[in-house]
Ligand binder design. Structure first.
Ligand code: MRU
Length: 362
């Protein structure tokens, strides 16, 4: 019998019987695969804030199932009382992390269900909420697969691909975004050589991307963040694929801290940088990257987390932004489930949403 790998686990799932959201605790990977059940608002908020579940699409799915689980705990048949409590819980979950738009996107989708179904009894609204959360998850799988197909057209067999952070299966419901072309290429014998940046300070590249790619049999080499220029200069990288947390209307893209360094170096060496972005991560209401709220995280993540002992002097000033914005000029294309948007993004992203609307998905 084949051994179970990390790829056989669902990143997020609903445990209907126990009224809980079950996630893989990603802070324990790769050492231990531990599933945890989240039932209360505090547990859900903490899991998102502490990156037990992380990655923009996975946060959206966890929040959607999370608000459903909290809604079944609201003990009333009175719509107004239900609505007030629902909004309170929704706003609380929404405050866990500011940068990934998928969190508010998914929660707003859930809120719309409550508002449009207001004529129905509360128990029926709860059932609609369960269906909506399941739809968000199912769509995520289909969307990632589509991104994989479009992304694969941008590379050729034998190519070297560099990725930063984890925009893999662990960040989504399946396939990942930046990893989707890699997994699809793997199935089709493309023989990619992948370089995974370790991604300081929380090591999502080392702990998660290297883990899931290796478990899938992909040829992956782990590098420290400060080695990407070397592998690019050596001619080992033909394309960069990364995920994103919020894409502004002009194509400026927030993703894990360090992405913009990779993009600037790649531009210098003439290597295309592709942002893999489900439309749920594109925020046309944000005009440029300057308007994106960048999460600041605790200093301990830089000074001591993951080390056996503290590696920085006590009291030293620390700047720890979790994300940076890659200017649209550095981006060769934004790969969505409706095709690849190219500069000028102000036009091409609108066109992507027109395609989505024509497909009846808005
Ligand atoms: O802080 P994280 O681990 O949630 O950051 C994740 C990223 O930056 C990912 O690249 C992004 O969310 C896209 S996941 C498909």
């Amino acid at each position: 019998m084949q051994q179970k790998t990390i790829m056989d686990y669902e990143t997020v799932r609903l445990d209907e019987e126990n009224g809980a959201v079950v996630i893989i605790d990603q802070t324990k990977l790769p050492g231990k695969i531990e599933l945890i059940s989240l039932k209360t608002a505090q547990e859900l908020w903490d899991a998102i804030y502490l990156l037990k579940v992380r990655g923009a699409p996975a946060i959206g799915v966890a929040a959607a199932y999370g608000i459903y689980v909290l809604s079944i705990q609201i003990d009333t048949e009175d719509y107004e009382t239900f609505y007030r409590e629902f909004v309170k819980q929704k706003e609380y979950l929404d405050s866990a992390r500011p940068t990934a738009v998928n969190l508010s996107w998914a929660l707003n989708r859930m809120l719309r269900v409550v508002e449009t179904q207001r004529e129905k009894p509360v128990f029926a609204i709860k059932e609609k909420l369960r269906q909506e959360a399941a739809a968000i998850q199912e769509e995520d799988i289909l969307v990632c697969k589509k991104i994989g197909e479009y992304g694969l057209e941008l590379v050729k067999p034998g190519d070297g691909i560099l990725t930063h952070c984890n925009a893999g299966q662990l960040a989504t419901s399946k396939y990942g975004t930046a990893t989707a072309p890699i997994y699809l290429g793997q199935e089709r014998g493309y023989g990619f050589r992948v370089f995974a940046d370790e991604t300081r300070p929380l090591l999502q590249g080392a702990r998660l991307t290297a883990f899931e790619l290796q478990s899938s049999g992909v040829d992956v080499t782990l590098i420290c963040d400060n080695m990407s220029a070397t592998v690019m200069k050596n001619g080992w990288v033909n394309a960069v694929f990364v995920g994103c947390d919020r894409v502004a209307a002009n194509g400026d893209t927030a993703n894990k801290i360090g992405t913009s360094v990779v993009a600037a170096v790649a531009k210098y060496y003439g290597i295309p940088v592709y942002i893999c972005a489900p439309t749920s991560t594109i925020d046309l209401n944000t005009a440029t990257g300057a308007e994106i709220n960048i999460e600041q995280r605790p200093a301990e993540e830089v000074t001591e987390m993951w080390y056996q002992q503290r590696m920085a002097p006590e009291g030293v000033k620390v700047f720890n932004p979790a994300f940076d914005v890659t200017d649209h000029e550095l981006i060769a294309g934004i790969v969505t489930e409706y095709g690849v948007a190219r500069a000028p993004y102000t036009e091409s992203l609108k066109e992507i949403f027109r395609k989505k609307e024509n497909a009846g998905n808005i």
